[in-house]
Ligand binder design. Structure first.
Ligand SMILES: [Zn+2]
Length: 283
């Protein structure tokens, strides 16, 4: 049975900087170049945050627009997922780029703790972000930092706040949130299958040294995998990752080992029920 694996590359994030790893792309042109290299290596979703010139995170829609344009031009067909995550702005600022109508956007549906703060996603904000995604025909990726977030996605789907089968990403290994725990992971998979169907696609991400652990769990269990410098800047204890593409190549190797083809962008779009278009015009 051929079940292609979608590789998502989270290129930048809000936290890592050049002082942590010089390969972290910060300017838009660096981001486009790094995305292109990752795309050639096998990634078909780019998950992106943008930064100010000094490296601090921002939700500036103009930056997002430049990035979207660059990726669409240099990586035709690649799925662009913009982050509405909470480190880059407060409240509705976090969704200010949604009128750009990217293919996808991340959607946190509940709150939890992060290493040094509360990751606050009020019901009002969650409802608003979800409504904006429907308005601009953006497919959300539900970021499940907790089991309750999968239940919330089911409730939102039933109410029509999420259209189409929810695509859930399990995030494990964020300090003070859900640790990397195989029993929980297996239960997450079963819960997604129970709620959304046995063939429902899902994805997983691990933080730091757990990135490769979650990559292997996801690839071997039939899910999709997220990698990239946002979540992890190292290849191993001694070596920094030289690029996002190098981290993508680790997942490609796992796909080979577990006999899963790496999804082409056409396959990734079909699996996620996204339009098959090489270049989405910015309406
Ligand atoms: Zn992110």
């Amino acid at each position: 049975m051929s079940n292609p694996c979608i590789i998502c590359v989270a290129i930048t994030g809000s936290l890592p900087g050049k002082s942590d790893n010089p390969a972290v792309p910060v300017t838009v042109s660096e981001q486009v170049e790094s995305t292109h290299e990752a795309f050639e290596a096998g990634a078909t979703i780019v998950h992106a945050h943008v930064r100010q010139d000094d490296g601090r995170p921002t939700s500036d829609p103009d930056r997002f627009a430049q990035l979207l344009e660059g990726v669409r031009k240099h990586c035709p067909g690649m799925i662009v997922q913009l982050s509405t995550g909470g480190r880059s702005g407060a409240g509705r600022e976090r969704g200010g780029m949604l009128p750009l109508a990217p293919d996808m956007a991340s959607l946190a549906v509940g709150s939890n703790n992060f290493p040094t703060r509360v990751y606050e996603n009020s019901p009002e904000l969650v409802d608003w972000l979800a409504a904006e995604m429907i308005r601009y025909r953006i497919k959300p990726e539900v970021e499940a930092f907790d089991l309750s977030h999968i239940h919330k996605a089911k409730e939102m789907w039933a109410r029509g706040q999420i259209q189409g089968r929810p695509y859930v990403q399990f995030v494990m290994g964020v300090k003070n949130a859900m640790p990397v725990d195989r029993d929980v992971f297996d239960y997450y998979v079963r819960t997604v299958q129970r709620f959304f169907g046995l063939d429902a696609p899902w994805c997983a991400a691990g933080i730091g040294p757990n990135q490769i652990v979650l990559n292997e769990w996801a690839v071997s269990a039939g899910g999709h995998a997220r990698t990239g410098l946002e979540d992890n800047i190292r290849l191993d204890r001694e070596n920094l990752a030289p690029s996002n593409a190098a981290l993508v190549r680790r997942v490609v190797e796992l796909c080979d080992r577990y006999e899963r083809p790496v999804a082409s962008w056409q396959q990734a779009r079909a699996i996620l029920n996204l339009p098959q278009k090489a270049e989405a015009p910015a309406a």
